[in-house]
Design a protein around this ligand. Structure first.
Ligand SMILES: Cc1cc2nc3c(=O)[nH]c(=O)nc-3n(C[C@H](O)[C@H](O)[C@H](O)COP(=O)(O)OP(=O)(O)OC[C@H]3O[C@@H](n4cnc5c(N)ncnc54)[C@H](O)[C@@H]3O)c2cc1C
Length: 434
């Protein structure tokens, strides 16, 4: 059986669905193919879905702030309803602790000031008033729970933080992906689930479409790799990895949920908190729980795994993260086997994504999202559609990278920041913070 369309998007996670939406809006007949049964069932479904604006580069920060406005006006951005309802963005704000290691956020504050992003500086008194169960003693450097000195204060106390009001989280990342699917379908896009792309034929240097696991061949002059942790495998299928200086790999991550101490109302008082001193990020979770993720300190293993066969049960890593958070909140009760999720980041060499064409004409990639691009799905969709329009119209993106004007923020992105052929960006945090 042969079918044809103008563009095929491999993957229907939050970014794949957003790319499908914007390609459909640009007038293309577009098909998203996903091996799983529904949109957002891959790594997106496990996402903490934190929306925040502090990143290490100006362009990374600008993308995040541009997308913030889409999350805030989600119904308007989608332009359609969904029979399952719309995902909710809970705008509780994000508090980032100032530490010596993050340079007391001087560079971040310079960047957000340039982009007009609002923020407040909080002193220790203000932090304690907002988070009365927090103990501000210092614990840096992070350790494993079996290392000597784990859990013991290392002297001094945190004395400041920066609060970003334009931040929060999306409660149901899978529903957000479904919302994008419905919007894409309303614009003429199609979705095919339970089908795996097994081959990507190329002729005369140009991609021809895809072949699926049931033998179906779908012809298309444009194919976009948005396969998340399978991105490296998809690039290898088509030989798109030949000229890349930045590569991607599936890295296992655990996120743990812990019950809040009695009397603390997470829904009312909870914020997103990024706390480099204990190498954790925290956000409210349902059932009066905190969700605790890792900010990837050097002592933690970087577990590169087979994306088709990794262990989804929680390990000592989850307990370590919960205990690190208990350093900050001593009244927290950490059960011996806490609940949570284990899933994969698609990590690039500098933890900054790749939004680019490839060396194969017609083959593009939105990959290497490194645990920090859920929030950027709306702008990533627009950027990829603009990039594909530009290159397919003859633009030489490799020689003169597209300059991409943001929709909501007065900033033009130099897309070379997200090139597959860039040098490793030394300004990155080399962690989930990007
Ligand atoms: C635990 C965790 C916490 C995170 N927290 C945050 C956060 O707080 N904030 C934030 O901004 N980001 C966060 N992220 C990152 C964010 O979730 C990802 O960047 C985003 O979900 C990636 O979306 P995607 O569409 O690119 O990939 P995915 O959701 O992984 O989708 C890729 C899809 O491709 C499909 N696929 C793969 N191979 C094939 C094939 N051969 N044929 C057909 N289909 C295929 C898969 O089935 C999958 O559905 C987190 C990620 C994880 C894992």
């Amino acid at each position: 059986m042969t079918d044809s369309c103008d563009a095929i998007v491999i993957g229907a996670g939050i970014i794949g669905a957003a790319v499908g939406l914007e390609l459909a809006r640009s007038g293309r007949r577009v098909l998203n193919v996903d091996r799983l049964p529904a949109a957002g069932y891959g790594s997106t479904g496990s996402s903490c879905a934190i929306i925040r604006v502090h990143y290490s580069t100006v362009d990374g920060t600008a993308l995040a702030y541009d997308s913030y406005f889409d999350w805030k006006r989600w119904a308007e951005y989608l332009g359609v309803q969904d029979e399952r309802g719309l995902a909710e963005f809970r705008e509780c704000g994000c508090l980032v602790m100032e530490t010596e290691q993050n340079g007391r956020l001087a560079r971040v504050l310079d960047t957000v000031s340039r982009l007009g992003i609002p923020f407040e500086r909080w002193d220790a008194g203000r932090i304690r008033a907002a988070l009365p169960i927090w103990d501000l003693q210092r614990f840096w450097p992070a350790k494993r729970m079996d290392e000597p000195g784990f859990g013991e204060p290392t002297g001094g106390a945190l004395d400041g933080a920066v609060f970003f009001p334009t931040a929060g989280y999306v409660g149901d990342p899978q529903l957000a992906s479904h919302n994008l699917q419905r919007a894409a379908e309303a614009a003429g896009g199609r979705f095919l689930f339970n089908r795996t792309v097994t081959a990507i034929p190329v002729e005369g240097g140009r991609v021809q479409g895809v072949v699926l696991d049931d033998g179906t061949r779908i012809a298309a002059p444009v194919v976009v790799n948005v396969a998340g942790p399978h991105s490296g495998a998809i690039n290898a299928l088509v030989g798109a990895d030949r000229d890349m200086t930045i590569t991607t790999r599936p890295v296992r991550q655990e996120v743990v949920h812990v019950a809040a101490p009695q009397g603390f109302d997470v829904a009312r008082a909870g914020l997103v908190v990024s706390d480099g001193d204990i190498a954790c990020y925290i956000r409210p979770e349902t059932g009066n729980h905190f969700l605790v993720g890792s900010e990837d300190p050097e002592c933690d293993p970087r577990e590169v795994v087979d994306p088709d066969g990794f262990d989804r049960s929680l390990s000592d890593q989850a307990v370590t993260q919960a205990l690190r958070f208990a350093q900050r909140v001593p009244s927290l009760a950490v059960p011996p086997r806490p609940r949570g999720v284990a899933d994969l980041y698609d990590v690039s060499d500098d933890w900054i994504p790749i939004y680019d064409r490839s060396c194969v004409d017609g083959f593009y990639m939105a990959i290497g999202t490194s645990g920090n691009q859920f929030k950027n799905a709306p702008v990533a969709g627009r950027l990829m559609a603009a990039l594909i329009d530009h290159v397919e119209a003859g633009g030489d993106h490799d020689r003169a990278p597209l300059r991409f004007r943001l929709r909501h923020v007065d900033h033009t992105v130099d897309t070379a920041t997200f090139s597959r052929r860039r040098a490793v960006n030394a300004a990155s945090t080399f962690s989930v913070l990007g």
